[in-house]
Design a protein around this ligand. Sequence first.
Ligand code: BGC
Length: 733
Amino acid sequence: MEERDLVALFNSLSLDEKIGQLVQLSGDFFLESDGALAVGPDEQLGISPDLYKIAGSVLNVVGKDKMLQIQRENIVNSEHPIPLLFMADIIYGYRTVFPIPLALGCSWDLSLVQQAYQILANEARNDGVNVTFSPMVDLVRDARWGRCLESTGEDPLLNSKFAKAMVTGIQQEDENGNLKGIVSCVKHFAAYGAAESGKEYNTVDMSNRELRQNYLPAYKAAIDAGCRMVMSSFNSFNGIPATANKYLMKQILREEFEFNGVVISDFAAVQELVKHGVAEDERSASKLAIDATTDIDMKSPCYANSLKDLLNKAEIEEQQVDNAVWRVLKLKNELGLFETDYRQANNSSSDLNLPDSSRNIARKMATESVVLLKNSNNLLPLKSNKDKILLVGPYADSKDLIGLWAVHADKNDCITIHEGMSEYSDLNHLKSVTGCGFVDDIKKLRNFGNSDIANSFAVDEVDELDEVMKLASSSDVVIFAVGEHELQSGEAGSRTDIRIPEKQRRLMKKVAKLHKKMVLISLSGRPIALTKESQYIDAILQAWYPGIEGGHAIADIIFGKENPSGRLSVSMPRSVGQEPLYYNTMNTGRPDEGQKTRFLSRYTDCDRGALYPFGFGLSYSEVCYKDLKVEDTQNHEIHISVKIKNLSERAVNETVQLYLRDMVGQVTRPIKELRDFKKINLMAHESKQVNFEIVKDQLVYYDYNEKLVPMKGELQIMVGKNSEDYSTQTIYI
Ligand code: BGC
C-alpha cells in the first residue's frame, strides 16, 4: 500500500482499534485446541471481547491453514480490515531443524549460518509466519543459565557477526531494502544473559560501561543489519525492568541506535512490572512501558485495559500511542500484508516438505558445530567394520536431538546417532543399547512443568546395566551417547550442577572398569563440566543438540568422512563453582600466573581457567602456525599475517583467531579480546598465508564515563588456534 493510503487508514482508526494494534494475544484466543475458531479465554486475562477482536497480532500460532482461517475471520469481522501479524519462535529451525544456536556459534561459519536462517525463514513464511522472535543474541557467560542454548556464545564480536548473518538470512532484503523473507525480532534487549547466578529471570546489575563494551554490540549489529523488531527482556537492569527502562529503550535503543522499528515486550513482561515491584498495578505498568516506547504488549491485559483510560486522563500523550501504532502498521505494510486478499484466501494446505537440499545444509551445519575436545592416541576416527563398537546411553537411539526450542519441529525427522552410525557399520560391528535413563528422579523434572515433554522420553525407566556390561565386554570400543535431558536447559532450565546427570555418570564409570577404549558424545544445551570424563575417557565430542541431521553428522565425524572443525564459542568449565566463566576477563591486581604464593586470584580447589577454553577444538589433522608478522603501517592500519600449514594427509578447516590485548587503559582492560577470525580450508599438506587488518580508528573502548576513547601505548597481538594457544607480538600505537 502507498504510504498515503496507510496514513488514510491510520487516520480512520478509532482509539480502540489503535490500541488493538498494540495488543498481542496467543493462539488460544483465536482457536480452540482442535483448530476451531475460539471466542477467546478473555476472562482468564481479563480482556474484553471487544478488544481481543481487534488485537493486532497473534503469538505462536503456526500452520498456514490456521493462520488463514484466523486472518479471514478477523478481516471479515472488522470495520477497518487490518491483517493480523503472526509471530512465532522460529529460533533455529522450522521444519528443518539445525543445531541449537550455541552449537551454531561453534561453527564460526557465518555464511552457512546465514543460509540456515534463510531456510528456516522461508519455511516459516511459506507456512504463514510473518515475524520470528530471533535471533536471540544475549551474551552468555554463566553456564548455569539454561538459555545458553539459544545464544551463540560468550564473545561480543562473534555474537555480533552471527547476529548479522542471522538477521540477513531471516529478512533477505533485496537491494532496495524490501523484505523477501520474514521480519526478524532481535531479543532480549538487554543483557538478559547476565542474570545473576545464572538463575532464570533474575536481576541484572552491571556498569553501563560493561553493558556497552560487551553486551550491546550484538543487538546493535542486528539492528545495523536491518532487523525490524526488538523484544524487551524480562530482567531488570540496574534496578529497572527492561520493558520500562528508559535508559535502555529510549536513550540507547531509540536515540543512540536510531531504531525506528517495533519494540515488543517479552511474554507478559508489561504485566510483570507489577511483580517486579516498580508498578502498583497494571495501569501504571502500562504507563511505564509505553513511556519507555514499548509498542506491543505481548500476552498481557495491560495495554488493552489501560491505555484508553491513561489517555483520557492525560497521563500519557496521544502521540505516544500514535507513534507505536504507526510503527506496527508500517511493519505490516512492509510485509505486504495489505496486498493479500484474505477473504479469498485459498484453502490449500501448507506444503512443508523437507528437501534434500535443506537436510544437506542441516548436516553440514551440524558437522561444523560438533567440537572434538579430546582424542588420545588418535582413537578417532574409527574404521568402519573393523572394531566392534557398542553405542550406549539414552541418546544412542533417541530422536530427541533438537533441544527445547524447536517447538514446531517433528522429532521424527531426526536421524538418530545409531541410524547415522549404522550407515558405516554392519550389525556384527555395531551394537546399541540405551543402558539407563537420563536422571534418577524424572518426577522432579516433570514437576517443573512441560511434563508432556518429560513424558515423551520413554527411556527414563530403562535399567539395562547387566546388558550393557555384557555387550561392552565383547566390544573393542564403547561410545557413550549421554547428556542432559532436554528439560534441563532452555528457558527456565537453570541448573546448579552442570555435569552430565549422575545416573549416566555411574553407567560410564562402571563400563570404564572394563578398560575398553571409550568415546564420549556429550549432548547438552549449555557448556557442561566434563572434568572427570576428560580424565578417563579417550575421546570426547561435544555435540550439543545437533538437530535433525545430528546422527549423520556425528557418524561422519566418528568414522572420518568429515574432519571435525568446531571451535568452542563458550568456555567449558572445570566446575560449576567457576561460573560465570569467560575468556575475556580482567587481569586483577593479583593474576594467577603460576607463582608460588597463596595470595592470587584463584580457587584453592580448582585448576586455573577453563577445562577447554574459548576458541578450542581439535581436528584429525595437525596444523602448525609460524611467522607471525605484525606491521604498523604508521598510517590507518595494522597488518598482521601468519603462515599455517596442514601437516596431515587430510583436508582440514582451520579457524585462525586474532586476539588483542590493550595493556594499559583508563579503566581495566580484558586480558584478551577476539578481534577477527578466518576459517581457512587447507588441503593435505597445504600451506597458506592468512592476513588480517586492524583499522586503527576502530581501536577504541569505553572509559569510565561510557565514552569511546582510543587505545594508546602497548598492544599485544595474538594469533593462534584458540584463546590460549597463540603467538604474540607487541606493537605501540
Ligand atoms: C521467551 C521469549 C519468547 C516468548 C514468546 C518468552 O517466554 O522469553 O524468548 O520469544 O516467550 O514465545
